[in-house]
Design a protein around this ligand. Structure first.
Ligand code: ZN
Ligand code: ZN
Length: 519
């Protein structure tokens, strides 16, 4: 790996000036800005990628894709534009896959696997994989989300997903989005539509300290953290509140939701009949756009950084990965839902989405190469593969230095961290560290180290469950951040690009590095 020398740091700090970069670009208005969040015609070498070119595309991605469904749709659109072919899970894949091809498949609209097949690929060759999670702490609408109006306030029934509705959710500007199941009354066809309201519609107000009840800690999540979404004072006139007069047929889904919200969602979707909505999975999200911050714009402040940071960087790395006629491996990125709640759902990493996708890829290639498909070829593939489990990690904190572990608490704007846990909450070991440090050396990256102190609790990742399910070598690699699991977190402004650089380096060089080992 590239050593962290004064020269490397100087280079990084000269790249830091996003302000200069912005000025540079505004002076050259005639030239189109580089669209580096699209697949380039001729990919650069990993060492030539400039991390600062990924800052603004990352901010845009974060602002416009607040829910897991929006992230999968974003990936899908980018992949289709880059010439990837969708492989629907319900169809047969036999005869559809060819060396040199680019494909993706999704599950539940909330997990996605994309991969490219090397032009020299043969069944039994390895797979360079990166896996991460795109779900984040959130507050989901309850099945019956309508609440009785209190003191003229219209409120919304929500339930926490993972550790949301924690103390950072007070006084935030919250909006609503997700997926809606819609039936067309004319055709009888049922479809899924995505929706996202572009102004804040909800807020969980604190109680002023004057009342003697401290609200900086947890409030009761069922009774004291109920979002307000509107005002209806019609009861003052002795009338039944408008907000309590259900829309839709009695017993319908719409009749169990706040009427004004049903009308808003209908208008967002260009629909009018409340009964065309069969159901929805809507959630609240912090509506504040992602932004750069700091005197020299060194930081990114955004919601949902865990883990739409490593996931986005890994996805960009696949779009920017090099493709050569001699490529003999499959390069794959898998982004999962439900990591924050244990991954044990069909779209989670503990489900069979990744193993069965690999089995189906292999089955298709075995059939076209007249090679018998079975445990033999599958075992051979897994033994020749490598998994990078990517999830954000904790950066060193300036105000709680007692939580930092010297030599193991990564800095912002330096590079990814290889995450080690002695009790195997992470997959990284001496073999996988040696491989990834060699990758860093070839791609001009600095690998930091992360380990939690013995007196702190380590979080988990999708790494152990996936590498155990497939038997592949693995390592955990994270981009550092602060304020993990807060509604508004931060990272370095170069960190998304430094992530892309490292993950691209892995996809570009893993086959070469694997050959350096005497197996
Ligand atoms: Zn998390
Ligand atoms: Zn995470």
């Amino acid at each position: 790996m590239t050593r962290l020398t004064p020269d490397v740091l100087r280079m990084r700090s000269s790249q830091l000036s996003l302000r200069s970069l912005a000025m540079e670009q505004s002076q050259q208005r005639t030239a189109a800005p580089p669209t580096i969040d699209e697949a380039p015609t001729v990919p650069l070498e990993a060492k030539d990628l400039r991390p600062e070119h990924f800052t603004q595309p990352y901010l845009d991605f974060m602002t416009h894709n607040p829910t897991v469904f929006h992230v999968v749709d974003y990936c899908k659109q980018k992949l289709l534009k880059a010439g990837y072919v969708e492989l629907p899970a319900r169809d047969s894949w036999t005869g559809k896959l060819v060396p040199g091809g680019k494909y993706f498949t999704t599950r539940n609209g909330s997990s996605i696997i994309a991969f490219t097949v090397g032009q020299a690929y043969k069944p039994g060759n390895g797979i360079a994989m990166i896996a991460g999670h795109i779900d984040a702490l959130t507050a989901r609408l309850k099945p019956t989300s309508v609440k009785p109006t209190k003191e003229g306030y219209v409120q919304l029934g929500v339930a926490q997903y993972a550790g949301a509705l924690n103390e950072t959710w007070w006084d935030r500007d919250l909006s609503v989005g997700g997926r809606v199941i819609v039936k067309d009354p004319k055709t009888g066809k049922t479809t899924v539509k995505l929706v996202k309201v572009d102004w804040p519609v909800a807020r969980i107000p604190t109680l002023a300290p004057h009342f003697g009840i401290g609200m900086t800690g947890h409030g009761n999540r069922e009774t004291e953290m109920v979002p307000v979404i509107g005002i209806d004072n019609s009861d003052l006139l002795g009338e039944k509140a408008e907000s309590e007069k259900p829309v839709g047929k009695p017993g319908s889904f719409a009749s169990t939701q706040p009427p004004k919200l049903v009308k808003l969602i209908l208008s967002q979707l260009g629909l009018s009949d409340p009964d065309s909505i069969l159901n929805w999975e809507l959630e609240l999200f912090d509506a504040q756009p992602a932004t750069v911050g700091g005197l020299d714009k060194e930081f990114i402040f955004a919601g949902r950084i865990d883990d739409k940071l490593c996931s986005w960087a890994a996805f960009m790395a696949l779009l920017h990965a090099k493709r050569a006629p001699t490529d003999g491996v499959i390069k794959l990125v898998a982004l999962f839902d439900d990591e924050e709640i244990g991954s044990l759902l069909r779209q989670g990493a503990r489900g069979n989405f990744l193993p069965i996708t690999i089995e189906r890829i292999l089955e298709s290639f075995c059939s076209s190469n007249s090679v018998p498909f079975g445990p033999g070829i599958l075992g051979q593939t897994y033994a020749r593969s490598f998994l990078v489990s990517s999830d954000v990690t904790h950066a060193a904190h300036p105000n709680f230095t007692q939580t930092n572990l010297p030599g193991h608490s990564p800095r912002l704007n330096v590079g990814v961290a290889l995450c080690v846990d002695a009790s195997a909450h992470m997959t990284t070991d001496s073999v996988s560290m040696a491989i990834l440090d060699r990758i860093a050396e070839l791609s001009g990256c600095v690998n930091q180290r992360h380990m939690i102190r013995n007196d702190s609790r380590s979080g988990g990742t999708v790494g152990p469950m996936l590498s155990a399910a497939m038997g592949v070598k693995a390592a955990d690699v994270g981009i550092p951040q602060l304020s993990m699991h807060s509604i508004r977190a931060m990272t370095g402004s170069l960190d998304p690009g430094l992530g892309v650089k490292f993950y691209k380096g892995f996809l570009d060089f893993w086959e070469e590095v694997d050959l350096e080992w005497s197996h």
